[in-house]
Design a protein around this ligand. Structure first.
Ligand SMILES: [Mn+2]
Length: 292
């Protein structure tokens, strides 16, 4: 019913996704699935917080979330190179650092060279200590981030019925809270300074749920800061194609050809008593092994 209609898939040399937070109510998996089905990447970097291990004990795992994982496996079987960079929400996976099978690998950072320029790709969560700051989430936590996400989902269901574009309440709150804005600026400055110190031309992060492409002039030269954003509030990714970087922003109206019925899918509300996080990872790794 929601099958992809024949429309040529957009080719992308390198796709960077982060902060999908599968296993949480805030994750916009359906939208992400539409996007993933519309593209054909050569290489993919999953820059952390893909599955939310902290929240996973709540056992929220709808079909749309599984579909995202299946899509990654589909790409792997087609020979797409996928690097999984571990994030602060998937500590469990950090044990697997260096794990490599076929065209899949787990790392805690990655350095690539693009047109002779060095790009440093990592989560960015190590700066939490450097800046003596916790994530901005804890900053806005006082007003109830989880509540905002839930309220946002409800508001967006109505917006969809009325044919209006979705919007993010939490994003608005975040952008209006001074300390959150300060945190984002500090994060960008810290990461570009360290990148310059280490001779990198690009620094590519996730973690702060704030998509960006911006050039910073540091005392040691200029560095391009890139952030892939997230699939909770911004619905964004970083795309590199034919020598150019861009931020992809998901908008419902760009995906109308999917012809999705405008009803509430009961899978959205379905709580599946799935495996424990440990079992899930074990099964996923097993599946990966047998696919090779
Ligand atoms: Mn995140």
């Amino acid at each position: 019913m929601t099958e992809f209609k024949s429309k040529a898939k957009r080719k992308i040399d390198l796709l960077i996704l982060s902060d999908i937070h599968l296993g949480t109510f805030g994750c916009q998996a359906k939208e992400l699935n539409k996007y993933l089905k519309s593209i054909e990447p050569k290489e993919v970097i999953l820059n952390g917080d893909i599955i939310d291990i902290w929240q996973f004990s709540k056992r929220y795992w709808p079909k749309s979330h599984m579909k995202v994982v299946s899509q990654f496996f589909k790409w792997l079987s087609k020979g797409v190179r996928i690097t999984y960079i571990t994030g602060n929400h998937d500590e469990m996976l950090r044990k697997f650092e260096g794990f490599k099978v076929g065209n899949f690998e787990i790392q805690n950072k990655k350095v690539i060279t693009i047109k002779g320029k060095k790009a440093w790709i990592f989560r960015g969560d190590i700066f939490d200590f450097a800046m003596q700051h916790s994530r901005w989430l804890t900053k806005v936590g006082a007003i109830g981030y989880d509540f905002l996400i839930v309220l946002n989902r409800v508001v967006n269901i109505f917006a969809q019925f009325l044919g209006k574009d979705r919007f993010s309440l939490s994003k608005r709150v975040k952008n209006s809270v001074k300390s959150a804005v300060k945190f984002i600026n500090q994060f960008e400055e810290t990461s570009t300074n360290i990148a310059a110190d280490n001779g990198y031309d690009y620094v590519i992060c996730g973690h702060i749920h704030h998509p960006e492409i911006k050039t910073y002039n540091t005392p040691k030269g200029s560095v391009v800061y890139l952030n892939s954003g997230d699939w909770v509030e911004n619905l964004t990714s970083l795309e590199y194609h034919k020598g150019k970087w861009s931020i992809f922003h998901y908008h419902d109206h760009d995906f109308e050809y999917f012809d999705e019925p405008k009803t509430v899918d009961k899978n959205d509300l379905e709580y599946m008593s799935a495996e424990s996080p440990k079992e899930l990872y074990t099964n996923m790794l097993k599946e990966m092994m047998t696919k090779q």
